[in-house]
Design a protein around this ligand. Structure first.
Ligand code: COA
Length: 313
């Protein structure tokens, strides 16, 4: 069973309500039917007409009032809140916030930023989490790589230029995603750089080294090491020669890139040249919301909804 099938199987065990704010988009409508028919989740298709219908007025007003309370300190007026909740994206976020849905999936039409901003403003980070980031779950045809062919890459979506402390938090959150969503019992996290254990010196390398130290202090029991080049992280022979004695080198299954440019380029190389199948999830939000690529297929939407349902357990 591949990763997506395993995630769907987990999702079926407890059916979650997942809001789909792009409720009249054809791929989303088709995906919702499959999700319902296969018992993966209870999809809630949201459309502007349905939200603004007179029968929904009480709910709309309640969400507008709650959104105003949430964001008034940031300058949101009552009028602006009422206007925002009539947008299915904001309405869906409020459903999740108020407990009327367990999670949300969007992005077949909206850009990443359009979906991320309301998620960050309304759902916010989970208790104890410093920031929201993402993991790409990469499934490679070569099963000798990572965890039986499965590699977790972070952060390839959210944080353009993380600080050392933020990188440390991304590393810990990604290990948690590897455990909970991918079923990787022992995440082994490599913090990537163009240097391995001091082979090069530069301020960028220092940042990754500092991130590794912070992550160690925050999660002393996690198998985590850096700074490390990608080959030292993934190839046992290279790891043994460049980072002798490392608990991670040569057998990493979670890879933390130093910034968004490296991460985003890295996952696309693995996908296009390495022929890996992949999809992304957000991590660190108080409730799960996930973004799709605008080029997504119906199957991608089904998989992402299944992952969202699993994250909400
Ligand atoms: C994430 C992103 C949308 C934030 O947008 P932004 O316009 O810079 O947002 P702001 O800095 O004004 O922050 C908005 C809110 O989100 C919060 N926030 C921003 N980044 C955050 C993060 N990583 N984790 C948690 N909260 C975050 C801010 O604290 C702020 O909260 P507040 O309004 O309650 O004070 C932006 O960093 C971004 O566009 N990232 C790249 C996304 C992208 O294009 N990826 C492409 C790859 S597919």
């Amino acid at each position: 069973m591949n990763l997506v099938e395993r995630i769907k199987e987990k999702a079926r065990k407890s059916v979650k309500h997942i809001a789909l704010p792009e409720g009249d988009e054809p791929r989303t409508v088709a995906a919702a039917k499959i999700i319902k028919d296969e018992g993966i989740a209870d999809p809630i298709l949201l459309t502007k007409e349905q939200i603004e219908a007179p029968s929904n007025k009480t709910k709309l007003d309640a969400y507008a009032a709650a959104l105003y309370e949430l964001r008034k300190a940031k300058g949101l007026t009552e009028e602006a809140a009422a206007k925002l909740v009539a947008d299915p994206m904001y309405y869906g976020m409020m459903m999740v916030k108020m407990g009327d849905a367990d999670g949300l999936v969007s992005g077949a039409v909206h850009s990443t930023g359009d979906m991320l901003r309301p998620a960050l403003q309304i759902i916010k980070t989970a208790p104890g989490m410093k920031l929201v980031s993402s993991s790409f779950l990469m499934e490679c045809p070569d099963r000798t790589l990572g965890e039986d062919g499965l590699l977790v890459y972070a952060d390839c979506v959210v944080n353009p230029c993380p600080t050392a402390e933020e990188l440390a938090h991304i590393a810990i959150a990604s290990a948690d995603t590897a455990r909970t969503l991918c079923g990787i019992a022992e995440p082994r996290v490599a913090l990537l750089s163009f240097s391995t254990k001091g082979s090069a010196s530069h301020a960028l390398v220092d940042k990754v080294r500092e991130a590794t130290e912070i992550a160690h202090s925050l999660a002393p029991d996690l198998a985590l090491d850096g700074e490390m080049q990608f080959d030292a992280a993934i190839v046992p022979e290279v790891g043994a020669s460049k980072a002798k004695g490392s608990p991670v080198a040569g057998r990493a299954n979670v890879f933390v890139f130093p910034d968004l440019q490296a991460g985003n380029i890295g996952y696309k190389i693995t996908q296009r040249i390495g022929k890996a199948s992949c999809f992304a999830v957000l991590q660190g939000l108080a409730k799960p919301c996930n973004d799709l690529s605008r080029g997504c297929s119906v199957d991608d939407i089904v998989s992402t909804v299944a992952a969202t349902a699993v994250q909400s357990r």
